[in-house]
Each structure stands twice: as C-alpha cells, then as structure tokens.
Design a binder for this molecule. Sequence first.
Ligand code: CP
Length: 316
Amino acid sequence: MMNFTRFENKELADRLIDKALDFKKSPLKNHTKGNGKRIGMVFLNPSLRTRVSTQIAASNLGLEPIVLNMDKESWALEMGDGTLMNKDKVEHIKDAAGVLGSYFDILAVRAFPSLTNKKEDTEDFILHQFIKYSGIPVVSLESATRHPLQSLADMVTVKEQGIEKRKPKVVLTWAPHIKAIPHAVANSFSEWALGCEHDLTITHPVGYELDPSFVGGAHVEYDQKKALQDADFIYVKNWSSFTDYGKIIHVDKSWLLTEEKLKDSPSAKVMHCLPVRRNLELSDEILDGPRSLVQEQAKNRIFAAQAVLDEVLNKF
Ligand code: CP
C-alpha cells in the first residue's frame, strides 16, 4: 500500500517527474488502468486547482473520482481520541474514515493547519488520522505541513524548461500577504527542490524562518536583492511566522516581486502555485509577461496527480 504525503527519495521523484511528462504527451495512455476503482477526494478546505486537476487525472486513468466537500457538505468531525462528544462535533474521524475506507480504493485528503496548534499541525495530525482509520492508500491534497502534488508539478515545470545546468539556481522568496498563510507550499517546495538537488536559496524578512527540518541544505539570505541574483527560477510565496506560530509579524510591501527587481536575473522564470494576490505578492507585469510559469504549473498539476495515482495503482 502506498501513501503519497511527502518527498520520499530522489529515485521515486525522478520516476514521477518523467512519468508526468509522459502523461503530458499522452494523457490517455493508461486510460483503463483504474477501471472498477474509485478515489474519494475529501476537502476540509477550499480548492480550485487541486480539486479539478486531480479529478481529471483520475478520469484519465479510468478511476472514478467522487468529491466530498467535508467542510460544507458533511458532518463536523471530531479528531481527538477518547473525546466526550457533547459539543458541536457530530461524527468521529474513526467512524467517518472507516466508512470512506470501505467505499473507496484510494482516499485523497486536503486538511490545512489550524495555525494555532503548532504541535498538532507539525505532526500532520488530521492527515494521519485519515491514514490511521481509513485503511486504504491516502494521497495528500495539501496537509498542514506539505503540498506534495503541487511540488511535484513544480519540479515537472522546472524540468520541462530544459535548463542545461545540472543544478539550476532556484530562489524561494517570501511575499507580502494580508492573511496568515500556511507553510505547506514553502516547506514542500524546499523539500522537493533540495531532494531533486537544485541549488536552493530561500529569502524572507527576519522572523519568517521556516521549520528548520525543511530547509537544511538551502542557503538562507535575508537580502532579497542578493538572493535573486542570477536566479534561473524564482518561486514567490507568502507564509506566516513559524516561530511565532501562525502570526503575521508584518506585511512588508517592499517584498513584492516586480520586474525592476529582476535586473540581475535577466533570464529568471517566475513561479507561484496560485491563487495569487496580484500586485501584493507578484506584479501584473510579471504575471502577464513572458517570465511567468504559473499557467504551466497549474496545467502540470493534472499530470503530476496522474503520475502519482498511476504509481498508487501499481501497488494494488
Ligand atoms: N495551488 C493550489 O493548491 O491551488 P488550489 O488551492 O486552488 O487547489
């Protein structure tokens, strides 16, 4: 049984990247592989890309996708073991995940962090409750700590640019935002970029240091201008403080990425997972210009998900 919740090893990552690029050329090449099987896609939080791209990926493999917007359409779930359920939670995860495990062959789950309970979030408590009680393979559609399907799609997007260098310079830059945003995309991007042996620099204001367990091996540079120099790829993303957990320390608008800041990285391509706050995180001129890879990244979400589901189906 294979769960897909994180970067495991370079061999698997390379295989998934190549498989995704193959599916991009021939999306229907394994169109009967999942026949007779169902994937349940459980959303505890909103989604556009992850929801639709994973449904398309499943359909391309002959898998039947069924989406459950658990935050709106199902019973409020109690997650804690041994709780006296005399408040607002109607159903225990043990019972709900057990039922879903009996309806589906694969489960896919989106469960954002609370950004208030650091211990539970960093342990990916909710995702692991689904894994523990469903008894079937679980694919993460973004958990408290990671967004592996996004990161895989990002690595596919980097590879298809065909940069000749063995180690392209990849810069993950913090961007301003008005809401407290999870760390999952930034953590995961760092984990996959390092795992795929890219030359990773992370730049952010003081106080926005990521969980050290995701950034080992990356160069951390607090001066954004220095960090951006000679970059091949610039990944723009906001995240809230990890140290002062889930807090917005400040919204320093000078961190907005603009064309003006890219004078010393003339060939840099710019990436963002979307949704993006235009002219707060990233300028219109970049998003609508030739450097932007955001639409390619979103399209590659289909083939990244398809590669993962194909791999999961191999284990049945
Ligand atoms: N990038 C991403 O995960 O988008 P959605 O939140 O719309 O799924």
